[in-house]
Design a protein around this ligand. Structure first.
Ligand code: LRH
Ligand code: MN
Length: 435
């Protein structure tokens, strides 16, 4: 791994050097916030420890420049294979201290040498979170097309091909130490009449039960619903209801994964989260933000209050002692106009911000206001937490875990991107598409 810019350009020395500049201001900001929170009975170090323990997985497909169906504008030093993607992920992990695992996508990250990939992860201190299958694209040499669906295709041989691919993903994930398979399929219809909704759902359950049966004992299946795209009239797993029905039908290892961008604008996602927690079937998230469709924008960049309200439901569930709530937090974003490393770092931090603010909610007071229908004070109790500037807590959590007080400044000073540009010839592909 010598000459690996992730190791040479972004090392502990570079981080400590940049932290020296910001440490003094941070300590006084932190002390001041500590005094303010102390007045409300909150120990600032308790929040900082919780934030430092918060982890979110990086999508391997997010470190390359993303695009739309119209175009993709590659940037210099793009990762060309899964090994270079891991290098970039390790830079994000070192500078934020919050992203120790990577979520891979097959066959985009397929390699013949899984042992080398595992060794690369170990060398870069990266683990492997949920693996993602892909039966929404055809690839060279594939016997059957997924044009009219995959796990729900009317042709059994196409369904078998899709099931086999998912079993292959489980096998590869096992070799890497992953413990979950994220199952998102684009199957659906573009026109009324094109598909029988019930038969398609039954075919889904039948195929998914074969994938479920292949899950190792300690694995989970994360079912990801999506309102539309690539199907533009009906999607087989279109909403949380279809996902929950499927999870409850498949078995106790099946859970629902909530991708924030997979809902119509203004849908109350925090309510969906509360319902899936009630059903004991909330398995995890694909965090991003959006204004219109599945825009896959940076988390917290459009509607940070919505992100806060989602974390508020998670913290409230813990407050209400909801049993065995273990969630797979992952980012799922497409970076079309920013440096993906910078976007993924700031997005991980926006999740920590929403989490820290949710921990500041005075839940005893909130319970009281809700019981007494003191609507205004109930709403104000949430707003007070959301409007608390927790920046010193986020920075102190990074400083205390050996990460960078200011990850973006440290990254830019490191010259990592330029080093990658010198080492990784620019990719020629200008076509459209998310990767
Ligand atoms: C579908 C999705 C899914 C991934 C893909 C890259 O929109 O959110 O999670 O497989 O994006
Ligand atoms: Mn997703």
């Amino acid at each position: 791994m010598t000459g690996n810019p992730a190791v040479t350009f972004v090392d502990q020395r570079a981080i400590e050097e940049s932290n020296t500049k910001g440490r003094a201001h941070l300590e006084s900001d932190y002390q001041r916030l500590g005094e303010v929170l102390d007045r409300t009975g909150v120990q600032i170090d308790t929040i900082t420890r919780a934030v430092a323990a918060f982890e979110v997985a990086i999508p391997s497909w997010g470190v390359g420049t993303g695009g739309t169906r119209f175009a993709r504008f590659p940037m210099e030093g793009e990762p060309r294979n899964v090994f270079e993607k891991l290098e970039d992920c390790s830079v994000i992990a070192k500078l934020t201290g919050a992203t120790p695992r990577v979520s891979l996508h097959f066959p985009w990250d397929k390699t013949d040498d899984l042992a080398a990939l595992k060794a690369c992860g170990d060398e870069l201190k990266l683990g492997f979170d949920a693996v993602n299958s892909n039966t929404f694209q055809d690839r060279a040499g594939q016997s059957h097309s997924y044009k009219f669906g995959s796990l729900t295709h009317t042709d059994a041989s196409v369904r078998e091909q899709a099931v086999a691919h998912n079993l292959e993903c489980i096998r590869m994930g096992q070799a890497l130490g992953s413990k979950a398979l994220t199952l998102w399929i684009g199957d659906g219809a573009n026109f009324p009449g094109q598909q029988n909704f019930s038969r398609a759902f039954e075919r889904y359950l039948d195929s998914a039960s074969k994938v479920y049966a292949a899950l190792p004992a300690d694995w989970r299946l994360l079912i990801e619903h999506k309102m539309y795209e690539p199907a533009f009239y009906a999607t087989v797993i279109q909403d949380w209801g279809s996902s929950l029905l499927a999870a409850q039908t498949l078995g106790p290892k099946a859970f629902c994964l909530v991708d924030l961008g997979h809902h119509a604008p203004n849908v109350n996602i925090e309510m969906i989260v509360a319902r899936l927690i009630h059903a004991r079937r909330l398995g995890g998230f694909h965090f991003n933000d959006s204004k219109y469709g599945d825009d896959d924008l940076d988390s917290g960049s459009i509607d940070p209050y919505r992100l806060f309200l989602i974390f508020n439901e998670l913290v409230d569930a813990t407050w209400r002692k909801t049993p065995d709530l273990s969630l797979a937090h992952m980012l799922d974003q497409s970076h079309n106009v920013t440096d993906p490393i910078e976007s993924l770092m700031t997005s991980a931090i926006e999740l920590q911000r929403a989490y820290a603010q949710s921990l500041l909610v005075d839940r005893r007071a909130l319970d009281g206001y809700q019981e007494k229908n003191d609507v205004l004070m109930a709403a104000q109790t949430l707003k007070r937490a959301f409007t608390t500037d927790v920046q010193p807590i986020l920075q102190m959590a990074r400083l205390r875990s050996g990460a960078a007080i200011d990850p973006v400044a440290t990254y830019r000073t490191s010259g990592y991107r330029a080093a990658c540009a010198a080492r990784r010839p620019a990719s020629k592909s200008l076509g459209g598409g998310i990767v």
